[in-house]
Design a protein around this ligand. Structure first.
Ligand code: PMV
Length: 338
């Protein structure tokens, strides 16, 4: 894995190039935007470059419809950005506020400070990718506030600077993030796949909504540095991505969902082989996983995927929704193409 030597300064230069004169547009009084969260079917795990958040492999996701983030922006006369999360002030020293402020200071003219009201409809940092919808909503709202009128691929690249998976959260439906080759990430952007799957359902099984102990950023770095199993990951991830994309086009549920489950299990295996070991699962996660496998053995076409957290996302089709709800009364069912 070659780590391209790029500096923070060159990220700022790239942002200035992308925005051009629009960086100095006068802001509107207020703007807001919504972005859905997303769950990767073939995962992004590992950066080839850390400042631009460039992935080792491409990934493909399904957006989670009404589960996401709504962000409102307005200009404030204050020395720093004023940030709220779900109606509560966030202290400037918290990592959430630091990350948002860093992103805003990169893209806004000097000294322009904003009030940022963020509402999540997913539990924050519980492996339900609230950072993805958060940075996507922030990117869309800032585009609107500042009148940038940027094309989608540039918005995707700007969202990626906040959080890799945010590059995929600008759309509803299936989204592919291509790894790209450019050192400045100008081709490491996501786009909407045209195929729709109205029968597809995603079930959220929340085992814990507590903040995860190890961030994705740290977890990826640790896995790359210490896990012997990571060596085979890029090859599998690339192959899974192709298989899943083809299965989406063919409407082949078993191949799509089965490959997604195997991809998630393989990603978690690379983490478990890191040192110190990285295991996001809780005992209840395993209990629920076994339940899924047992139901599948009994003939229910039900699959699971998991991100860097203890929660399960179930994959199934509409015709099996009532069976799934009987087996998991606590499941929250999402209709991605509703
Ligand atoms: O975008 P990040 O830095 O939160 O990383 C996301 C990592 C996974 O959720 C585990 C996988 C993915 O592709 O979303």
């Amino acid at each position: 894995m070659s780590q391209t030597p790029t500096s923070i300064l060159s990220v700022d230069q790239w942002v200035d190039d992308v925005l051009g004169n629009a960086k100095f547009n006068s802001p509107a009084a207020h703007a807001s935007a919504y972005a859905p969260s997303n769950i990767a079917l073939s995962k992004y795990w590992g950066k080839r470059e850390v400042n631009f958040n460039l992935p080792v492999t491409g990934s493909v996701s399904i957006s989670l419809a009404e589960h996401g983030t709504k962000t409102g922006l307005s200009v404030v006369d204050a020395p720093q950005h004023d940030i709220t999360l779900n109606g509560e002030e966030v202290d400037a020293s918290q990592s959430f506020a630091i990350k948002l402020s860093q992103w805003l200071d990169r893209v806004l003219p000097n000294n322009l400070k904003l009030r940022v009201d963020t509402y999540n409809t997913v539990p924050t940092a519980a492996g339900l990718a609230s950072s993805a919808s958060g940075f996507a909503a922030l990117t869309l709202a800032t585009n609107s506030l500042m009148g940038w009128q940027l094309p989608e691929h540039k918005l995707s690249a700007l969202a990626r600077l906040g959080s890799g998976s945010a590059s995929r959260s600008l759309w509803h439906g299936f989204v592919k993030w291509q790894a790209g080759e450019q050192p400045n990430g100008s081709d490491s952007v996501a786009f909407l796949l045209k195929h729709q799957w109205p029968q597809l359902r995603v079930g959220l099984l929340t085992v814990s909504s507590q903040k995860k102990a190890v961030s994705s950023r740290e977890g990826m770095a640790r896995t790359i540095a210490t896990s012997a199993l990571y060596k085979q990951w890029p090859e599998q991830a690339n192959s899974d991505l192709t298989v899943i994309e083809t299965a989406i086009e063919a409407g082949d549920f078993e191949t799509m969902a089965g490959t997604a489950e195997n991809n998630a299990m393989s990603m978690h295996a690379t983490m478990a082989a890191a040192w110190p070991p990285l295991v996001y699962w809780q005992p209840d996660s395993l209990t629920q996983m076994h339940k899924v496998w047992q139901l599948r053995e009994q003939g229910l076409p039900l699959y699971l995927t998991m991100d860097a957290g203890p929660n399960l996302k179930l994959l199934f089709e509409a015709k099996h929704q009532s069976d799934v709800e009987v087996a998991f009364p606590e499941v929250q069912v999402i209709t991605p193409f509703g």
